[in-house]
Unconditional design. Sequence first.
Length: 348
Amino acid sequence: MNINLQEAKAARKDEFYTQYNNIEKEVAAYLEYNPKVFRGKTILLPCDDPEWSNFTKFFAQNFKRFGLKKLISTSYAANSKNYKSDYQATLFEMNDPQYDKKKTTKNGKVFTLTRDKSGDGKVDVDDLEWHYLAGGGDFRSDEIKKLRDEADIIVTNPPFSLSREFLAWIMEANKQFLIIGNMNAITYKEVFPLIKANKIWLGATNFNTGMYFKVPNDFIYADTYKFDREQDGVKVNRVPGVCWFTNLDHGRRHKPLQLMTEAEIIKFDTKKPFEKYDNYDAIEISLAKNIPSDYKGVMGVPISFLDKYNPKQFEIVKFRKGDDDKDLVVKGKCPYFRILIKNKKVKK
């Protein structure tokens, strides 16, 4: 999935498509916490096309139920040099008077939904209106930036190779968002400070199970692949370490993590679970379940802890580095990236 932006949308045989049920499951958590979260809002889907995007289909089909004001979806140009000579126009273009044989490979498209255009009493994908963009649809272009500035919420699965730039693009405009990314993005110097400042957080779906994406029928699995290859009749590929990033609130981040006391953990774990770091006054916690409920000091936990992070229960102190500004060390060994935290509920 870590491929160039244009190639990711042009070389469709290599594309990973977010499944409808994964979008539905994630969005349900925000609606449960705040049923009016999307009401009166304009949503921008800047890396999508209704021809194959479940994001567009999902929000179009739920347009009325969510109370949306407007849905905007943009697609990338079918860059002719990346496509085979047998490229064909999409179903949206084929029977439309504005179809342009030259523009279809050089220009992106913008789809908008605001009303029941067909008059059948419902709002869905069939009511989308579209036209060609002046450019190729790159989110960094002034044309897409203008749409970004119009939107209230941005939702998509952006190319992982541009995740830093894409997130900065969102934050620059101070927008709400819900996007899919690699969990290692937590470690980026551009991302972690935002998490520490409680400006962004992980979504509602537990990322420890990975995420299944729909893949083309000619997709070739790696020899080491050991997971499902089909779900509900759809060919899929499991991608580990994938999660949702957002600044929309959901109930899961307000649930306190249930913990045992330090004495209880030691009783059940004989592997010395509370060793001190060589270069920082904190203890090493290799598993989130072993965070002691009564420890007053600083603790180093795996980045997977953020999947359970409750900002009212814990304080994030810093990331990865000890007092010597080098990676945290336990008996001369560096554990994988650690987040240093304190339990707010324990009195000093």
